[in-house]
Design a protein. Sequence first.
Length: 733
Amino acid sequence: MHPTPHNKKRQSVFCRLSFFIYLCSSMKNCKPLFRLLFLCLMLSITTTMLAKDTLSTRVLNQVWQYAATIQETDTLPRRSFSYQRFYLHVKHRNILLMAVPDMYPVARRGPKEFVGESLNLNEQTADGKMHVRRLLDVNTIRHGRRTLETTNQHLLPTIYGETMVADYILSPFYRSNRRFYHYKVSMNSEETMRIDFHPRAINTQLIRGWATIDAATGRVIDMEYYGDYDMIRFHMYLLMGSSGSGSLMPDYCRLTARFRFLGNDVQLKTTVHYNLPAFYFADRERNAEQVRRLMNRLRPDRLSEEETRTLSAYYDKLAQDKATDQLKEQQMEDSLALAADSLNTERSLFSANTYEKIKDEVWDVVNGSLLNKIQTNFGNDNRGSVRLSPIFNPLYLRYSGNKGVTYKFDARSSYALTDNSNLSARLKASYSFKQKQLYLQIPLRWNYNQRKNGFVGIDFSSGDRVFDSKLMNDVIKEQGDSVDWERTKIDYFRDYHVVLHNNHDLTEKWSYDVGLSLHYRKAVNSPGLAYSSFDDYYQSSAPTLSIQYRPGGWNGPALTFSYERSIKGLLHSNMAYERWEFDCSYKRKLKRLRTLSFRAGTGFYTQRGAEKYFLDYTNFRENNIPNGWDDDWTGEFELLKSEWYNASQYYERVNFTYESPLLALSRIPFIGRYVEMERIYLSALSVKAYTPYTEIGFGLTTRWLSMAAFIANKRGEFEGFGCKFELELFRKW
């Protein structure tokens, strides 16, 4: 057991006491009375220090245990009302602000100060998430849009949990996080204490601040803290609830956030009042003046001078625009009675105004589709949804030695048929500028039983280039494992792959997936080769079966068995093969945002074509469409040449990854404030003519990008070194 800061302090006090006793006993030349007085003074000081240390320990223990004292039956109400207001000030802006998600409405010319306020109904869902519905809304941003919405997740922090906001920011009031913070406890009054806390190392996952504590119970009364995460520097003040489960959540919060990016400087101030009395007003269309009167009547506090000025200018402009529209309508009516030349003049004026409106709309569409994400709902009760990544945004690039610069695109759509079924489609694309190759994946799903993960799907993929594995074996036999694939003249085959399958979870421990796998491989260049000749295309049709067993349920390891056999003549198949694969994967979430990932597996072919065959494994293949750091930077071989994925009739692989927000570099001053996560990679592989192959890597992610460095080793000899980079800007926005 590691000693707490208070135990260490107590040990230090006893050491000082022992030293002073020894010092006093050695003062033989001093008078006995003086020596006695000196010893009493030292004992008094030491006793005071011990008393303070005991008080600090007691208060901190009360705070760490407070959440556990709340009865489980005392739950938060399902419905509550709140008031929220923001004031946005764009201090500096340039054209680069348009590339930031949701910032385009305030990036263009025009006002630099914006205000929004809303009266909300908060509804807690069955899984504990809070859904916010705006009952009354005022927003001075262009077209009523929202910006810096990523800060909304800060507005309901869980201060007694391991993380305060989503899956980041380690709370100082969670016991296992105490090793990351220094605490100072002082007395405010007989009823309250004050705790000042600051991190032991400056890091984006840690905060500094103070809190007022109820001395009797350990309840946090109010709290103020500072932090810096994901390019946003924030300052938060919280006034917590007073009793029951309500004391675990805030009654009032005030957030000040600042975003700076390449010369742009935006400041946001947000105020939220929770647990307000119910708002009763008719749900109907209202004009601006009615909304203004309602908001003035129901607003629980007063506006600042800046907010009052900005809102007044907004309402004045609405009134002016309304008067202008009425004047235009009157002019259009009057123009019908005028002469032809006068009518043409009015049309010209009207066309000029229309042109300005159309130009603004076009710019909005261009920005929305090219630079920013598109998210919208459709259908009855918004059952359908569409999510598109930006069509062109330089912030969505990645780099690796094998593929060079890669650009990603992702589009997905779904429509809920019932509460337990839906239709979904997705388009995942990746373009490698080095390979000049476009990769596509298009999964279509009918989820007929979402609770049991039951779906019927059709998955289409294209862009993968493979070799004739028979030909590769001939080359390896002649040149050994030191084949220079770039100089070896081997034609590629372009692979078009379709899988029709049905998946279903029988229980928490057992799942199955059964289907049909179709491959159509077309030669990129059809001339004959030096080693052998082959047809222009090869086609295979293979029934597939996959069974997964999870001994500990969804939170434990997963053991997967896969079987695939192509039958010659089935659906015009001209190839026959049989493949078996076994895989074990486990991702363990540890405390303090640490994660341990492990994957091991093997696969082999028991039947191959006599003359021509392709080796294509399910669990051992190159991922040509990356999905991000967490999705595909674990369980991959980063430096392994793509040719080795289908050069052996068997494989054995092991991958291990450990990640932590406070590992090594994050503890270094100045550097640590930018590091969000660090990872260690260990991978080993055994394939024919390339055994053993190992990779060791170290990676980290910052607010700007993710990066990793890898070293490869083959049979105890240095094989190569490589790096990988991916822009992480606004990934969580």
